[in-house]
Design a protein around this ligand. Structure first.
Ligand SMILES: Nc1ncnc2c1ncn2[C@@H]1O[C@H](COP(=O)(O)OP(=O)(O)O)[C@@H](O)[C@H]1O
Ligand SMILES: N[C@@H](CCC(=O)OP(=O)(O)O)C(=O)O
Length: 378
C-alpha cells in the first residue's frame, strides 16, 4: 500500500461525490438513450450509495434526446431550447426507470447560473439538495436550458457540475468523458501525447494543454478545456476532480479498480475553502448584535438563532455576509439566512414565534454554524 493520491484512492475516500455524465456517453449513434450503458452506471451509483456515499448526478443529454423532433441538429438557440424541453423529460424518464430498478429515487433539479452564483438563490438550492440527500433521494441536475439565454447560461455541464459540487460542498467531482483523462496535448491529434495521472496545480501550462471537443463524436460541447476550467472551480472550493473514461461499462467501478484517469487534487477541504471564502472574499453588508448567551453559544460551535439577536445594523439581503458583534466586541462573520427586514421582525423571538410573525417558516438559524467564521482565538 502506498499513500500517494490516485484517482482510485480519491474515489475510495470521498464522502460526497458529484458525477457528471456527458451527452456522448448517454446517447447512442441512433439518437436514443444507450440503455445498457445507463444500467451499468446505475449499478455503480447504487453500489456507492450502499457504501454510504452521498451522490449527486449531473446529466447532459436533453438537447440530444429532443433534437430529432425539431428538425435535427440546429444552431438556433430557440430550437436547442425546444429540443431541451422535449428531451429533458425523456432524460429523466430514462434515469428514473434505470435507477428505480435499484430502488433509488431520483429528483430533477434544473439550475441556472443565478441559482449557484448568487448567494440569495444558492442558499435555497443548497437547502433543497441537502433535504433530498437527507431523505436518501438522488439529486439529478441539468441546466435549465429552456430559460437560459446566451449571456446567462453555464454553457456546458462541466461548469454546472463544478458549481454544483461547490454548492453542495462535495469533496469529489467525477467528470465522465469519452477519454481517460488529461494528456499533454489532444491524443486524437498527437500520437506522442503523454497521459497525466495526477495534477497538483492548474498552472497556465497545464491549462494550455487542453483543446476543444472530440469533433467526430458530434454531441459533446466543451472538450478538455471546459473540464479543466471546471476542475479549477472545484479545486478552489476544496473539491478534487477525476476526469475518467466513461465509455466503458461500470466506469466508476473501473476507476476504483485502478483504470487510467486524471486526478486534479483539491486545495484544502470543502468546509475550509468555504470558510476562507466567507472570511476573505465577501463584502460585509451589515451587522448583527447578539446577546451574551448567544455569544457563548457561538463559542461552543452552535448556530445563531433569532432569540439571541438584540440589534441589526445596515440593510442586507438573505445570503449577504454580516458581522457578528457580541457584548465584548466583534465575534466574526457569517452568511445571513434572512434579510435585515426579516431579522428586525424576528430578533429576540423563539423559532415558532418567528414563523408566525413572518408568515412562513424560514431556516432554523439566522446564521448557521457552517456559514460562520469566528475570529481567530475564539
Ligand atoms: N489535452 C487533452 N487531453 C485529453 N483530451 C483532449 C485534450 N485536448 C482536447 N481533448 C479532447 O477533448 C475530448 C473530450 O471532450 P468532449 O468531447 O467535450 O467530451 P464530453 O462529451 O465528455 O464532454 C477528447 O475526446 C479529446 O478529443
Ligand atoms: N444541458 C445540455 C448539455 C450541455 C453540455 O455541456 O453537454 P455535454 O458536453 O455533453 O456534457 C443538455 O442536457 O443537452
Amino acid at each position: 500500500m502506498t499513500d500517494t493520491p490516485s484517482p482510485a484512492s480519491a474515489l475510495a475516500g470521498a464522502r460526497r461525490i458529484v458525477i457528471k455524465v456527458g451527452s456522448s456517453l448517454l446517447i447512442g449513434s441512433d439518437g436514443a438513450v444507450a440503455g445498457g450503458w445507463l444500467r451499468s452506471l446505475a449499478e455503480d451509483l447504487a453500489a456507492l450509495r450502499s457504501e454510504g456515499r452521498e451522490l449527486i448526478l449531473v446529466t447532459s443529454g436533453a438537447v440530444a434526446l429532443g433534437r430529432g423532433d425539431v428538425g435535427g441538429v440546429t444552431d438556433r438557440l430557440a430550437d436547442k431550447q425546444a429540443a431541451a424541453a422535449i428531451g429533458q423529460s425523456r432524460l429523466m424518464q430514462a434515469w428514473s426507470d434505470t435507477l428505480g430498478a435499484h430502488g433509488v429515487v431520483g429528483a430533477q433539479l434544473l439550475l441556472s447560473p443565478d441559482d449557484t452564483e448568487r448567494r440569495r438563490r444558492w442558499l435555497n438550492a443548497r437547502a433543497t439538495v441537502e433535504a433530498l440527500i437527507g431523505h436518501g433521494v438522488l439529486p439529478i441536475v441539468n441546466e435549465n436550458d429552456t430559460v437560459a439565454t446566451e449571456e446567462l447560461r453555464y454553457g456546458d455541464n462541466d461548469r454546472l457540475a463544478a458549481r454544483t459540487a461547490q454548492l453542495a460542498r462535495a469533496d469529489l467531482l467525477v467528470l465522465l468523458s469519452d477519454i481517460d483523462g488529461l494528456y499533454s496535448t489532444d491524443p486524437r491529434r498527437d500520437p506522442a501525447a503523454r497521459h497525466l495521472p495526477i495534477v497538483d496545480a492548474l498552472t497556465p501550462e497545464v491549462m494550455a494543454m487542453a483543446g476543444g471537443p472530440n469533433q467526430a463524436a458530434g454531441v459533446g460541447t466543451g472538450g478538455m478545456a471546459t473540464k479543466l476550467a471546471a476542475a479549477a472551480i472545484a479545486r478552489s472550493a476544496g473539491c478534487a476532480t477525476i476526469i475518467a473514461d466513461g465509455t466503458v461499462e461500470r466506469p466508476l467501478a473501473a476507476i476504483r479498480a485502478g483504470a487510467r484517469a486524471t486526478l486534479v487534487t483539491a486545495r484544502a477541504t470543502p468546509m475550509a475553502a468555504y470558510k476562507q471564502w466567507i472570511a476573505g472574499s465577501l463584502a460585509v453588508a451589515g451587522e448583527l448584535r447578539i446577546d451574551r448567551g448567544a455569544a457563548a453559544a457561538l463559542d461552543e460551535g452552535r448556530s445563531l438563532l433569532a432569540a439571541g439577536i438584540s440589534g441589526v445594523e445596515g440593510r442586507f439581503g438573505k445570503g449577504d455576509c454580516v458581522r457578528l458583534v457580541g457584548p465584548g466586541g466583534v465575534l466574526g462573520l457569517g452568511i445571513s439566512g434572512y434579510g435585515s427586514e426579516a431579522v428586525l421582525k424576528i430578533m429576540g423571538r423563539r423559532s415558532d414565534e418567528a414563523a408566525a410573525v413572518l408568515g412562513y417558516r424560514g431556516p432554523a438559524a439566522v446564521v448557521h454554524r457552517d456559514d460562520m467564521v469566528l475570529e481567530a482565538g475564539r
